[in-house]
Design a protein around this ligand. Structure first.
Ligand SMILES: [Zn+2]
Length: 258
């Protein structure tokens, strides 16, 4: 087999992998019924799909150009390098935007809330709406509860909500959300990127639920979820809406119902 034929074969193989990871594999995963039982595994698969899909796309573009223009390898690398730079730029922009938003949100929380005398690393917002979220802050985190939430929830429900929100920060869920948000923004015409983001957001909620379930009974957590507007800074409330093919919010309650 000549070098050119070999290059073309590898390029086609790379393109097939990229296509598989761009359409049938994510569709299968988003329609599957098992992710609510194994959210961590499903999250790993979404990350593999995202990273491997991007690399396969870049690799296919590069190898195809080399196979077509073997005498100009540097020129052939330009489209692949441009795609890599485009994806990387969106990732950096998403990280910078998240960090700016996090700092602004923390400054507002410091201004508008008071320390909770009964709970460690917790601040209380003078707001009648039931709101709870957790923000990463230096080496630790700050949990924000609204006055409305404290009034409406029983102590065990409040403990479940706090454990859930802290799990988001301790497991660094914002890193995953930022990466998948960057992917969606880089490829706004690509519906799978939006689906991946909403699936990842739903799975992250289940992971945080699993942490809360270690300290509180499932029915307490389910009751608390129904009463709380889970309004994290990364828009988890909107992300918790169902993905297009499966109702992940329903899945979330189903797993709490046993
Ligand atoms: Zn949550």
């Amino acid at each position: 087999m000549s070098t050119a034929t070999w290059d073309l074969s590898v390029a086609v193989l790379c393109a097939v992998v990229a296509l598989m990871l761009a359409w049938p594999v994510p569709i299968w995963l988003s329609r599957a019924s098992w992710p609510p039982r194994h959210p961590a595994l499903a999250l790993v698969l979404w990350q593999i799909i995202g990273v491997a899909g991007g690399l396969a796309m870049i690799g296919a573009l590069w190898l195809l150009a080399i196979a077509l223009f073997p005498r100009h390898p540097w020129l052939a690398g330009i489209p692949a390098a441009a795609l890599a730079a485009y994806l990387l730029a969106h990732l950096v922009a998403a990280i910078v935007s998240f960090e700016r938003q996090r700092r602004r949100h923390l400054a507002l929380v410091e201004l508008l809330s008071v320390p909770d005398p009964d709970r460690d690393r917790t601040r209380v917002l003078d707001d009648a709406a039931p709101v709870a979220y957790c923000l990463p802050r230096a080496a630790s985190s700050v949990t924000v509860l609204s006055r409305g939430l404290i009034e409406v929830l029983a102590p065990d429900e409040l403990a479940a909500v706090t454990a859930h929100e802290r799990a988001h920060v301790e497991q660094r869920h914002e890193v995953l959300l930022v990466a998948f948000r960057a992917w969606r923004r880089a490829l706004p015409w690509f519906p799978i990127a939006a689906r991946a983001e909403s699936e990842v957001a739903a799975l992250i909620e289940m992971m945080a639920d699993d942490v809360a379930r270690r300290s509180q009974p499932d029915e307490v957590l389910a009751r608390a979820i129904l009463r709380v507007a889970d309004s994290g800074m990364l828009g988890t409330a909107s992300a918790e809406r169902a993905s297009r093919r499966r109702d992940r919010m329903h899945d979330r309650f189903q797993r709490l119902a046993g």
